[in-house]
Design a protein around this ligand. Structure first.
Ligand SMILES: [Fe+2]
Ligand SMILES: [Fe+2]
Length: 152
């Protein structure tokens, strides 16, 4: 998945205020899958989401899509230590991420719903309700699977 120079610039412009925040940089300290940090994970999901939206001409709002994608796992803890093997993280972290994103960046309803529904179908009742939410939900599944396979 290759982005054109003008697309890279576009993506950087939208995400600069988010990426420059120390709390967001903190995601580098948490492991998502294998050796992949949460920061690198959300970066991959964001780039794939942007690419899907562009190449398939889906017409999703780029700001809602990319900020939602970048903050979809903004739960700010290492789930390997806090989960205790109960699997609760899978169900709860989308809400934690959404609440953090609201309190730190004041994101709007449409971006909130992208974050809230990204774990569907695990969170059965939180069905993606916009094209941006569907794109991030699918991109996250694809990247997570790839990262999990790579670390085996
Ligand atoms: Fe997640
Ligand atoms: Fe994720």
């Amino acid at each position: 998945m290759k982005l054109r120079p003008e697309e890279e610039a576009d993506l950087n412009f939208i995400l600069a205020p988010i990426k420059n925040d120390d709390r967001v940089q903190n995601m580098r300290n948490y492991i998502q899958h294998g050796k992949i940090s949460t920061y690198d994970h959300v970066e991959s999901v964001t780039r794939l989401s942007y690419w899907i939206n562009k190449r398939l001409h889906l017409g999703g709002d780029e700001k809602v899509l990319t900020i939602g994608a970048f903050l979809h796992d903004y739960y700010l803890y290492d789930w390997h230590y806090t989960d205790g093997g109960h699997g609760l993280h899978g169900f709860s972290h989308s809400n934690t991420a959404m609440n953090n994103a609201v309190s730190h960046f004041g994101i709007g309803k449409r971006t909130q719903s992208v974050i809230e529904s990204h774990m569907w179908p695990l969170n059965l009742t939180k069905v993606p309700r916009s094209r941006e939410a569907w794109i991030v939900c699918l991109a996250d599944k694809f990247i997570s699977t790839k990262e999990t396979i790579m670390c085996r």
